[in-house]
Design a protein. Sequence first.
Length: 255
Amino acid sequence: MEESERMFDSFYYIHVPKTGGRHLKYNVTNRLKATFKEKGIAFPNSEFDTPTTSSHAPWSNLNITDNTYLISVFREPSERLVSLFCHLKLKKHMHLDVPTAKIELFQWLDSNKDYLNDVQSKMVLFDDTKEDNHVSIENFDPSSDIAAPGIFKANYIDDKELLDSRLKRFNILMRMNDLRTDANVQHIREKILTDFDFPQNLISTPIRTNPSHSNKFSHELFDSLSVSEKQYLIDYNPMDTEVWNTDSYFYKFPA
């Protein structure tokens, strides 16, 4: 196939924070970056990042066209929130105890719901025409000693039909759980190479299965939550939970 005849002329991975992005980038997208540039495959830009195959920029800050190959990953919403909390906490504290962290987790969530709930859906529905739409969490809760940039406020287009159409627009939308097997990661490599008509041997780097940045304390804290506490997290993320439970949005891996 001639370069001018390709169906896709750009590629972008919308990286929702704490959804296994480093794993996917290390094993897939970063392995394609040089070839994309060589073949003239563009990367949509955003005001929050330099041109690259991915960033934490939301949909409306990207120059997405009909010819953009678009991928993303969703994570079970409750697990993602706990992971985000632990990620921010561990930037300040090397050692945390579960009872204290649990108290601070729910204080943090209660104080910042407009910024923290349904972030995965808001990444797709984000409206960059509104004021104060990309804010810092630095002053949210000084008592918990958490600081990190780029957490969303409630500035998004509250439109379920738009959310549905944009989710269906993804060429590959994956659940994070599906990327925990080498076979599925290899399948995504092969699918992207096929869709761009690239040779299958283009990526030869072995798949890294146990990324060093995995947060063991996050799993420990999540496993300590009671049934009612986990239900609180589910109710905290109604849009994300509905998306997570809708199989038709997600890529079907071979059995």
